[in-house]
Design a protein around this ligand. Structure first.
Ligand SMILES: *Cc1c(COP(=O)(O)O)cnc(C)c1O
Length: 366
């Protein structure tokens, strides 16, 4: 690796990328993988078959470029979200990471800034790097909560080109109340700031949690991003999307690569959306396992954060690095998110969650 790094430094890499590290959640093949918040349930057989059939049909026309406007998919996504959204409000790409990258390509870039509030999704600064956007790290309280006033003041002071609010937040798991989104949006009025609410985990929120989708009417600079990677169990298909004013999609058309969503991807997503209720049936199981993890970690004397997502962020273990390694030795992979004193675990199936809890309880001797 050192040799390779040496050879990399011989290349004319952009100055702003020199010395940077790529995204690198470990991909280790162990029996219980609870480290990247995937949906660990397999697709229901009828959905699996529907996708295979749809992909088979798409292959019949694979000699042609796909629908560049992915009109049918945008229609289906609008139908899934509801809230009076139409096809014109929707955009999609290969994962919400690509959606976010396209937003930064259009609204960020050299001389412009992206602000978010760490600890939050580790990809935001990397997406800023890749697009030549300067990253600004906002502050949260020491318990990682964020208040509306606190967030709005920072946005007013920094006047960023783009703000990303992650709700429910990764890695802490907690949803933001909508008054924060409203306050940040209003604080960005003078700077014409684009405000993205990353709702990758929205489907796992507790009943009654309002989505930022309800704030879209009349807010031209607001974007709500979603993904099919988590609740829909389609991480491998790479489909993310957004809802916003139609002119946001017009902006993204300027930067997207032609035909960026393959015919295979479009067919997969459409078939999955046609079976949304069957796919989302597992969400309730996952939420139950998430709540079980919170309850059991508390009983072990640990401190889990309230979670509206499919994962739990917790502190209270003396040496998180040692616990992470010991769990891995037992075939259970969780996430060391690089925040001192904390670990994060995804809610798996009931059996996987039991494996995690049993191993942890034994390791802690509780
Ligand atoms: C998992 C995750 C995503 C999803 O990324 P995809 O590219 O759609 O797979 C987006 N945002 C956050 C905060 C996530 O944790």
């Amino acid at each position: 690796m050192n040799d390779q790094l040496q050879r990399l430094s011989d290349l004319p890499l952009r100055e702003d990328l020199q010395g940077k590290s790529p995204y690198g959640a470990p991909q280790i093949d162990v029996p219980v993988m609870l480290n990247v918040n995937e949906n660990t349930h397999r697709l229901p057989p009828e959905v699996h078959q529907a996708i295979v059939n749809a992909v088979g049909e798409a292959v019949a026309g694979i000699n042609r470029y796909p629908d560049r406007e992915f009109a049918e998919l945008r229609q289906a996504l609008a139908g899934y979200l509801g809230h009076g959204l139409t096809r014109e409000n929707m955009w999609a790409a290969n994962g919400s990471n690509e959606v976010l990258q396209q937003i930064l390509q259009a609204f960020g870039g050299p001389g412009r800034t992206l602000m978010s509030f760490p600890p939050t999704y580790s990809m935001y600064p990397l997406l800023a790097n890749g697009t030549g956007t300067t990253y600004i790290a906002g502050d949260r309280s020491s318990d990682f909560t964020l208040g509306a006033r606190e967030a709005a003041d920072q946005v007013r002071a920094a006047a960023p080109s783009v703000v990303i609010l992650c709700s429910p937040n990764n890695p802490t798991g907690t949803a933001l109340s909508l008054d924060i989104v409203e306050a940040v949006y209003d604080a960005g009025r003078d700077s014409n700031t684009i405000v993205i609410v990353d709702e990758a985990y929205a489907e796992f929120a507790h009943a009654g949690t309002r989505s930022a989708l309800t704030l879209l009417p009349g807010r031209q600079r607001l974007i709500v991003s979603r993904t099919m990677s988590k609740a829909f169990a389609l991480a491998g298909a790479r489909v993310g999307y957004l809802a916003a004013a139609p002119e946001i999609a017009d902006a993204l058309r300027l930067v997207r690569l032609p035909y960026h969503l393959s015919a295979i991807t479009q067919a997969t997503a459409l078939a999955a959306l046609a079976h949304a209720p069957a796919l989302l049936a597992h969400v309730e199981d996952i939420k139950a396992q998430r709540d079980r993890i919170v309850t059991e970690l508390t009983a072990m004397g640990l401190s889990p954060a309230p979670s509206d997502s499919n994962f739990v962020f917790f502190s209270g273990v003396e040496d998180p690095g040692a616990v992470w390694r010991a769990l891995l030795n037992e075939g259970v992979l969780i996430r060391d998110v690089g925040i001192s004193g904390y670990l994060r675990v995804s809610a798996g199936t009931e059996a996987e969650t039991t494996r995690f809890l049993t191993s942890l309880r034994r390791l802690l001797g509780t």
